[in-house]
Ligand binder design. Structure first.
Ligand code: ADP
Ligand code: MG
Length: 584
């Protein structure tokens, strides 16, 4: 249970504000997250980490000398937007380039990749190492599909130390990749977590039972068992991790490992120490030497009761950087010299607030009229998403991470405000949609946030700021938005994503408009097709996105992104038919 909050929608922003206020010695706030107060040394690599909020000390708590140069901090359990990542990286970087390092989640990959492209486009050398340590989330043959959990700390730690030592970007990247190749984690959970403002946990574990392999967002586990004794859990952890040695380690005996025994939120230090005692005995018996173990809360999930064990198989180089000094709000080790603090409060990047454009391009009256209809549509969209946020979250919790309702709510709300603000300043259709799309992507985070942001932007490009919009034009623009989502997200029809509702929608719209049906009627027919197609996704097995590792669990529940798409186009159909109040 999360007891202390104000408006749940503001929780992530408020926790970031308080975190920065309490840790000014190490961090300063920039758009999208935090960067090192003392800046990276001239010419050094900037390690930029990040992900959703709700996992403290990941990720802001790991920013400081010897560790990360910056952290992009998304909304609760939702990836940061590409603008957030870009802004943090720009602010954190010196001339040595940027290494982006984060856990392997679809939304994070989309947004960090987009930021990487943008940084490269501006001539900043930028590389990416994605953390894939959770052995429960895919087979060893598909290690690149595994999620990142507590083992991320090992990767960040050695990469941060290598950057602090002044190694170049090639070497820092190589060392981070090597650390990830040699890091394995395995976790269990005894109960789910409850997000601020939510009356029920995001996910449940039956009382007296233990979910084996459950992810840090409650992604369902691979097995369920009785809650074991501390020693039995230690035995399960050690035997499972010794059964999957990384390439280059033929035999556990005589090896040295970095170790993290991580508490997810409500398993406390005392219990962890009891488990650790046995873990070390068992590793010792296997001939494995533990080097500087970490036992405590290093990646959490609110009040989730869970524990994970991470082993990183060291060689000389990894051990050197694992043992090097680090000084951050939540993680300190040995001694490390900080540079001169930068007490200026300015953010190094300006104009990054998604959706707030400085100058409104000229528009015709005709296009302003379309823009007015679009802002009405954005209000209708926000209303339907607000009403359905709970359902969307529950749907996403079945096999995903439960954030679809919150993410869509934040995205739609921000898009509505940005669109309205632009329209009030006389913007045409393209500018209203572009502002709305950027705001959506920036505030929603997650996979769907990035895709919706792109889609709205594409619609804007199609509508322009000058021309009249016909039924044919709407159908053509929706086709372009659909193509954009497909090429950006690489999902095919049948993969169980929003694409499964979008394509039938556009097919139906094009056909009806082509046959001369008036737009309002054609849109309504297409919305019905989308609603049916979204419902039909319940039978599908997800082949892409966050639900993929738990494909079978998802069967019987429609895809949340397809469902929200159908809700949205249905709400818009009321606006096109003139049934929705055009005033606020
Ligand atoms: P996240 O998966 O990052 O938690 P959300 O929960 O907000 O993001 O959105 C999940 C939805 O996003 C899924 O239900 C699916 O419809 C959609 N989605 C995920 N991956 C893709 C993709 N590659 N292409 C299109 N849609 C996708
Ligand atoms: Mg989700």
């Amino acid at each position: 249970m999360t007891r202390l909050f104000n408006n749940p929608v503001s929780f992530a922003d408020e926790l970031t504000a308080g975190f920065v206020a309490a840790n000014r010695r190490w961090v300063r706030a920039v758009t999208g997250g935090v960067v090192r107060r003392d800046r990276v040394a001239a010419g050094h690599v900037a390690l930029v980490v990040g992900g959703g909020s709700g996992h403290y000390p990941a990720f802001g708590g790991l920013v400081g000398p010897g560790l990360a140069a910056g952290a992009a901090m998304g909304n609760l359990f939702a990836s940061p937007s590409s603008q957030q990542v870009y802004s943090v990286a720009r602010s954190a970087a010196d001339s040595g380039g940027v290494l982006l390092c984060y856990g392997n989640y679809a939304g994070d990959v989309l947004n960090f990749d987009q930021a990487e492209q943008r940084l490269k486009g501006e001539g900043i050398d930028c590389r990416t190492v994605v953390v894939t340590d959770d052995i429960s989330s895919a087979s060893v043959a598909e290690k690149n599909k595994r999620r990142g959990i507590a083992g991320g700390l090992v990767v960040y730690k050695v990469a941060g130390a290598a950057a602090e030592a002044g190694l170049g970007l090639d070497d820092v990247e190589r060392i981070a990749r090597h650390a990830n190749d040699r890091t394995r984690s395995f976790g269990v959970a005894f109960s789910g977590c409850t997000l601020p403002g939510s009356a029920t946990p995001l996910f449940d574990v039956p009382s007296g039972r233990m979910a084996v392999g459950m992810g840090i967002h409650g992604e369902p586990g691979i097995d369920e068992a009785e809650v074991p004794s501390a020693d039995e859990l230690a035995a399960l952890f050690v035997s499972t991790l010794l059964a999957e040695l990384p390439a280059g380690v033929d035999n556990a005996s005589d090896q040295r490992v970095a170790l993290i025994l991580n508490g997810l939120g409500s398993v406390k230090y005392e219990e962890l120490f009891v488990v650790y005692r046995r873990v070390e005995q068992l590793l010792d018996a296997a001939g494995v030497t533990v080097v500087d173990p970490e036992v405590g809360e290093l990646v959490t999930s609110f009040d989730m009761a869970g524990v994970s064990l991470t082993l990183a198989w060291l060689d000389e180089e990894l051990e050197e950087y694992w043992l090097a000094g680090a000084d951050s709000p939540a993680y300190r080790k040995g001694g490390v010299a900080a540079g001169a603090p930068d007490w200026s409060t300015r953010s190094a990047v300006v104009g990054m607030d998604g959706g707030n454009i400085e100058e409104i391009p000229a528009a015709t009256d005709v296009s302003r009229e379309v823009a007015r209809l679009i802002t009405t549509a954005l209000r209708a969209v926000t209303q339907t998403i607000d009403e359905n946020a709970g359902v969307l979250g529950q749907m996403d919790a079945v096999a995903g991470d439960g954030d679809h309702g919150i993410g869509m709510q934040r995205g739609a709300t921000a898009a509505r405000s940005a669109g309205e603000a632009a329209a009030e300043r006389g913007a045409g259709a393209a500018t209203v949609l572009t502002s709305a799309g950027d705001a959506w992507a920036d505030r929603a985070g997650g996979t769907s946030g990035a895709l919706w942001g792109r889609a709205l932007r594409t619609l804007g490009e199609q509508f322009g700021d000058e021309q009249e919009v016909t039924g044919q034009g709407v159908a053509q623009a929706m086709r372009a938005a659909s193509d954009c989502i497909r090429s950006f997200g690489h999902a095919e029809i049948g993969d169980k994503t929003m694409v499964d509702a979008i394509v039938p929608f556009v097919d139906s719209l094009e056909e009806a408009v082509g046959a001369g049906t008036p737009l309002a009627e054609a849109w309504l027919l297409a919305s019905q097709a989308a609603t049916e197609a979204a419902a039909a996704t319940r039978a599908l097995v997800p082949r892409i996105g966050r639900a993929r590792p738990h494909a079978q669990k998802s069967v019987g529940t429609p895809d949340p992104g397809a469902h929200s798409f159908a809700l949205i186009v249905t709400a818009v159909s009321g606006v096109i038919a003139g049934r929705h109040n055009t005033e606020k």
